[in-house]
Design a protein around this ligand. Sequence first.
Ligand SMILES: Cc1ncc(COP(=O)(O)O)c(C=O)c1O
Length: 392
Amino acid sequence: MARFQQSESIKRLPDQFFAKLVNKIEPYYQAGYDMINLGQGNPDQPTPDHIIEALQTSATNPIHHKYPPFRGHTFLKKAIADYYKREYDVDLDPEKEVTVLFGAKAGLVEVSQCLLNQGDTVLVPDPGYPDYESGIAIAGANQYKMPLKKENDFLPDYDSISQNVLEQAKLMFLNYPNNPTAGIATKEFFEETVELGEKTGCCIVHDFAYGSIGFDGKKPISFLQTKGAKEVGVEMYTLSKTYNMAGWRVGFALGNEEVIEALNLIQDHYYCGMFGGIQEAAASALNGPQDCVHELTALYEDRRNAFITKLNDHGFNVDLPKGSFFSWLPVPEGYTSEEYAELLIEKAHVIVAPGNGFGETGEGFVRVGLNCEKERLLEAADRMIHLHENHL
Ligand SMILES: Cc1ncc(COP(=O)(O)O)c(C=O)c1O
């Protein structure tokens, strides 16, 4: 019997599906197998030098050794507003329409605490990034899953959701380029989303974590580029993927003034602001040369082309991802996502993420991360081809 009982909100937190996978692969590592891990979403490249140097210099500035401002330095909020103007032609008031987050993950959890009460309805993508559920669970709200199907280009079909649910929903999470399906949003889809938000009062939260990674010369669009978007919601942006800064924990929420104020308020209570040196380095990433971003996208595109082409040349049927650094592979007939992932671990020593871990509609797929060297991806493809030719 535990001495201390966890609170009801903690008890509501969902199980970490992928913790199970970690337990499964551990014995293979211990036995010394050459495992290729394509199951994670961790960028494999280093942070560009000029950003690291900015941190090194700013770390010595005594101003940053004191408490930072609660709501982020103005120079950083201005840098992100300028970045959105340059990259997307979106106007943002740095003080009222921008806030600094400890990574997008923090904002994605906090926004539910800011806007939801027990029993409220939230629309979430299925499959989707699991952390949306965390904040919803803490708030005690209910999820309504919006299936993302291949036949709809992995966009939710609002017409298939009952009017009742649409009118009840307080919040909706969207994410394009999408983790895990690699789908991308269209201008028309975002227009339809704004219209829905205007009609129902539902707050739209667009997670733009992979905003900088679009392939075939097509830059992913920001939700805030849609007319009226700022009235109905916010976008979450992060430096994690754009500049390989996942360990630095820097993200932003942008858009609707009331939502930004609510996020600022909750953060006033949780934190005392981000280390100023990191804020300076983050500003230098946004204000500095963007060649590193273009080079990174080209690197992922090259890996994508090599990996998928090889599989498809050997009878696989995988769509070329349009954005993000994931590919979404259909599993062979007769296997569930988990069975196929286990088979890949056992027989090919390749680790992928089973699609059902991202939601029921993810069943029938596995997610492959393109975040390892091309040679290793080609080696993984070889092993998968060998498995299909000899064991299936
Ligand atoms: C869809 C999606 N949103 C948000 C995040 C979290 O980003 P951050 O590192 O800024 O917390 C991730 C990270 O993997 C992600 O895949």
